[in-house]
Design a protein around this ligand. Structure first.
Ligand code: CA
Length: 229
């Protein structure tokens, strides 16, 4: 069982402690950082499932951190703001944040937001048919067509491809993908994801040899390349 790792970035240690306590109680693995400039190196080394990001931070402010993160990662981000007038700025700037909470907040509300954002980011959109680029996926029939021809996948590979295809160009960390295959992969180690992806790629590549559909994002994980997005 892998718990989603939630990273709290906030310079008020008291708030970090309270949030991490609630998140841990809700079944998440929570950790915190107090400086904005520590976030990027940290996320690169150990990609979390979601980041709670305060705006006023020493080192680098939360907006800058969010902007920088979005250059290489689609990790869900919930901004924390102390000022209501910042919300317009937040939304107007198109930072790529997924949600925001205002201080003062109840930790319970924050946990509920975390749950909602994670659910949204990990679940495929409505409908059992997914089509992206050369791939067509039918969940009911458990069938995958690549370039119009059927490819036989293991249940694990199918779940991985489904998650990737449902969110084209979104970068998934190994931890996130491990959650996707929970119940299908009984080993449950992040390195087994590499093996599944390797096998998946091999199968897909026999149908579409000239293009890389699933690519590695160095230091982070994997993504599905959709040429149409
Ligand atoms: Ca602050």
């Amino acid at each position: 069982m892998t718990n989603h790792q939630i990273l709290v970035v906030e310079d008020e240690v008291k708030i970090c402690q309270v949030l991490c306590e609630y998140l841990t109680r809700a079944g998440y693995a929570a950790s915190w950082l107090t400086r904005g400039d520590e976030v990027l190196p940290n996320v690169r080394k150990n990609p979390p499932a979601l980041i709670l990001l305060d705006i006023m931070l020493p080192g680098m402010d939360g907006m800058e951190v969010c902007r920088e993160l979005r250059k290489t990662s689609n990790v869900p981000i919930i901004m924390i703001t102390a000022r209501v007038d910042e919300i317009d700025r937040l939304l107007g700037l198109e930072l790529g944040a997924d949600d925001y909470v205002c201080k003062p907040f109840s930790p319970r509300e924050v946990v509920a937001r975390v749950k909602a954002v994670l659910r949204r980011s990990l679940s495929p959109p409505e409908g059992k048919h997914l089509v992206a680029g050369e791939i067509a996926l039918d969940e009911d029939k458990h069938q995958v067509l690549v370039g119009g021809r059927e490819v036989k996948l293991t249940p694990c590979e199918f779940q991985l491809l489904k998650a990737l295809v449902a969110h084209p160009n979104r970068v998934f960390s190994r931890g996130e993908l491990l959650n996707v295959v929970q119940g299908y992969d009984f080993e449950g180690y992040e390195r087994t994801i590499d093996t599944h992806i390797k096998n998946l790629r091999k199968k897909v590549a026999t149908m579409v040899p000239d293009r890389e559909l699933v690519s590695t994002v160095y230091g982070i994980g994997y993504k599905f390349n959709d040429p149409d997005v």
